[in-house]
Design a protein around this ligand. Structure first.
Ligand code: GUN
Length: 300
């Protein structure tokens, strides 16, 4: 077997370093300003994967010293009842960030819920106000979607701070990852292509990428032969598959075995983008708390 050529981008370690900085920022906010940032997470229904995410978010929130408020609502909750809770959280001074776990049950309209969240507390960065700020380059006033932020931090781990002029290809055009990551990379002066299910010859498009971000939810889609030698490959996919031995496994959108022989650096699944998403959620909560209280903090 050939040794992998690619550097493995350790999202767990990078997230742990970010959480350490957040912990000391929270200590300063508490000690010097009497403010303890608080994050409210709302889960509707009992989807097991969402349960795990919500529990982990709560544990990590308290681990950095912030307040965690979990709201679990039954699967048959009405849209009106959820909107009422969101409005209460908007008014609650102990809550600086609000996250409503997606997906929502079919009787609840996702756009109405996202629109109801105070943009200043929208730590997911899904509200049109925050999406608009990101798109117009007012990134310093936006709350930026967490996974997209995490991707760019991992890219900078490999490439350094200056990404100007690099070819970036983003596979996937979701509001949660594909579009925000494309805007962030544009802001970094990359030449950005967004490829998707209707793109002609997606492999050829990928082959020109210095930076390739895969966020489509298709296991093993991206093959080593799609990757330019030395490219930075960020795998956002978290797909549950049954392996040859009949065991359930989590795999990304990239065929790791073939990709890591070609790429310059690649994120593993799990342990790549996933831990960065939660760390960036906590970061957004600290940022939101500082902005709401007009507190200037050093960059986190
Ligand atoms: N479900 C899967 N990913 C996310 C996310 O980033 N935010 C929310 N609110 N729900 C999700």
């Amino acid at each position: 077997m050939t040794e992998p050529a690619a550097q493995i981008l350790d999202g767990k370690a990078l997230a742990a370093r970010l959480c350490q900085r957040l912990q000391s920022a929270v200590a300063t906010l508490k000690g010097e300003y009497g403010q303890q940032p608080g994050l409210a997470v709302v889960l509707v229904g009992d989807d097991p994967a969402s349960e795990v995410y919500v529990r982990n978010k709560g544990l990590q929130t308290t681990a950095v010293g912030m307040l965690s408020f979990a709201h679990r609502l039954p699967a048959d909750t009405s849209e009106a009842a959820l909107l009422k809770l969101v409005r209460e959280l908007n008014q609650d001074d102990r809550v600086h960030g609000i996250l409503v776990q997606l997906p929502l049950p079919p009787q609840i309209g996702q756009p109405a819920v996202i629109a109801a969240i105070d943009p200043a507390k929208d730590v997911d960065g899904f509200h049109e106000v925050n999406a608009g700020r990101l798109m117009t380059g007012a990134t310093v006033r936006a709350l930026v979607p967490c996974t997209a932020q995490g991707c760019v931090m991992l890219i900078k781990e490999h490439r350094g701070g200056n990404l100007a002029g690099l070819e970036a290809v983003v596979l996937g055009r979701s509001n949660i990852v594909g579009k925000p990551v494309a805007h962030l990379l544009l802001e970094e002066n990359c030449t950005v292509t967004v490829a998707h299910s209707r793109t002609r010859d997606v492999a050829e498009v990928c082959r020109r990428a210095d930076i390739l971000v895969a966020a489509v939810g298709r296991p093993y889609l991206v093959q080593g032969s799609w990757i330019m030698p030395g490219a930075t490959v960020i795998d956002v996919g978290i797909n549950r598959v049954i392996d040859d031995a009949g065991k359930a496994r989590l795999v990304g959108d990239v065929d790791f075995a073939s990709a890591c022989r070609v790429a310059g650096a690649i994120t593993p699944v799990p342990g790549g983008v996933g831990p960065m998403t939660i760390a960036c959620l906590l970061r957004n909560t600290v940022v939101a708390a500082c902005r709401q209280r007009n507190i200037e903090m050093a960059a986190l």
